[in-house]
Design a protein around this ligand. Structure first.
Ligand SMILES: Nc1ncnc2c1ncn2[C@@H]1O[C@H](COP(=O)(O)OP(=O)(O)OP(=O)(O)O)[C@@H](O)[C@H]1O
Ligand SMILES: [Mg+2]
Length: 456
């Protein structure tokens, strides 16, 4: 999937995000560049560093949404994190390197569950055999004189005789037809009541890539308990166990590391929150420290994880922030230099809102229509209603706080409040939302500035 052309990436993003063409362009170029880099002769390939991006724009205009869609679109390991959540090494809190560890962990889990999916058929058939072993009453054993002989006898008795074979197949047929679904079997399952030890992540420990829980988990004896479980559930448990056994974790970890190093994307949200205005005292000192801590990671360094070292040289960083009272030039100079591409996102106006309400694959009007369909109620939004909602959204955004497209969410909730409440008991099953309906519901609130500040 990461061989998509820039124009194709933009086209895909267009299905969910309205406007913001420049931002879409930049991220699509950045992605295509990583694909190009992989075609470059080896010697030079290592030299080509990703061009990191800062997305600048007011709240609610699609910054996070673009990144989120991008991650689904391209099959790149993706991790989104709020920059404001980090603290300088030495302070209490998370150190910045943890984002690389988290990205790796996420990727491992993803690859693992994919692999589990591919081995599923095989795991199921092994699980079925084990289930049949559980269901078949133990064969009466002939006298057992001594251990040595028993082994031989075992071989003889377990060779399928005509009769036991046919019972087994009969049972298999019943199992598959679901005729045994109400029966129970005894199964040893991991005891969930094992005392969980909650350990607060500690910077020092994290640095070494040691996870206390994992360590203890390995040390404590695996507690299993014999439980009576219904056949279908037990089959599921057995299949999961077998899937675990079938996958090669070492291979997956290796693949994940390579994927992270070669095509990982880290989305650093709210980067402006780690800018301390005028370098004043107090907490700002630590914010600048966070910026300094970020430097080596963004530039390229090696992070120790519990799966071994991970190089960050070719991870793409996309930062984003509102940059209200500050600009990217307020970041420490070294960090500015590591984000050479700056893109400003446009604030949204009425025309954008009209499109956002109706065009995206996940458009709000569509969401509500589908939600209410589950109650058997058909909601129809007429175009003058859409027009009114968009106009009100723009108006409220200019008169109170500009929260971008998020305003549409509050407006729609408010507008449909009655319908959402009454839907199950409604006699008429078709509701037409037109301009008058919107005015009736929202005009009074909109005109009262205080009220709209609270409600919309
Ligand atoms: N251009 C757009 N097209 C379609 N939907 C949008 C657009 N901009 C925002 N939205 C919708 O508005 C909501 C908020 O957008 P998003 O999370 O991307 O905001 P943001 O720019 O990251 O803001 P913040 O700075 O507060 O994090 C999302 O539900 C998203 O679907
Ligand atoms: Mg955001």
């Amino acid at each position: 999937m990461d061989s998509l052309k820039p124009s194709e990436i933009v086209k895909e993003l267009d299905r969910y995000i309205i406007g913001q063409h420049r931002a879409k362009r930049s991220v699509s170029i950045a992605l295509r560049n990583r694909w190009r880099r992989r075609q470059v002769p080896e010697g030079l390939r290592e030299e080509i560093a990703p061009k990191n991006i800062i997305l600048i724009g007011p709240t609610g205009v699609g910054k996070t949404e673009i990144a989120r869609r991008l991650s689904k679109l391209t099959d790149s390991p993706f991790y989104k994190v709020e920059a404001s959540k980090f603290t300088e090494v030495g302070y209490v809190g998370r150190d910045v390197e943890s984002m690389v560890r988290d990205l790796l962990e996420l990727t491992i889990n993803l690859l693992k569950s994919r692999e589990q999916e591919t081995v599923k058929p095989k795991a199921r058939s092994i699980a079925e055999e084990r289930m049949l072993d559980l269901l078949l009453p133990p064969k009466p054993r002939p006298s057992q004189p001594d251990a040595g002989k028993e082994l031989q006898l075992e071989v003889v008795t377990s060779a399928p005789t005509e009769e036991s074979f046919s019972t087994r197949e009969k049972l298999r047929g019943m199992l598959r037809a679901g005729k045994l679904d109400t029966r129970y079997v005894d199964l040893d399952v991991a005891d969930k009541s094992m005392p969980t030890v909650e350990i607060f992540s500690n910077v020092g420990m994290e640095e070494m890539g040691i996870n206390f829980k994992d360590m203890l988990g390995g040390l404590l004896p695996k507690n299993t308990r014999r439980r009576k479980i219904r056949v279908p559930e037990a089959l599921e448990i057995l299949a999961q166990e077998e899937a675990q056994n079938l996958i090669d974790m070492d291979k997956i970890i290796q693949q994940a590391k390579e994927k992270v190093e070669q095509s990982g994307i880290i989305f650093l949200d709210e980067i402006d929150k780690i800018v301390g205005k005028n370098g004043g005292g107090g907490p700002d000192v630590s914010r600048e420290g966070v910026q300094r801590d970020l430097l080596p990671i963004v530039e390229g360094s090696t992070v120790t994880t519990k799966y071994g070292p991970v190089k960050t040289d070719h991870i793409l960083f996309i930062a984003s922030g509102a940059f209200h009272a500050i600009t990217p030039s307020d970041l420490i100079p070294e960090l500015q230099g590591r984000f050479p591409i700056r893109v400003e996102l446009d604030s949204l106006n009425k025309d954008d809102f009209i499109r956002i309400l109706t065009e995206p694959q996940n458009a709000l009007t569509l969401q509500y229509t589908e939600l209410l369909k589950t109650e058997g109620v058909e909601v129809v939004f007429e175009s003058d209603a859409i027009d009114r909602i968009a106009a009100i959204a723009e108006e409220v955004n200019t008169h109170t706080e500009n929260i971008g497209a998020r305003r549409l969410h509050t407006l729609m909730e408010c507008l449909l409040d009655d319908v959402l409440f009454d839907a199950p008991d409604m006699p008429e099953k078709r509701i037409v939302i037109n301009g008058d309906y919107v005015d009736a519901k929202l005009k009074a609130i909109k005109n009262d500035e205080d009220l709209s500040r609270y409600i919309l």
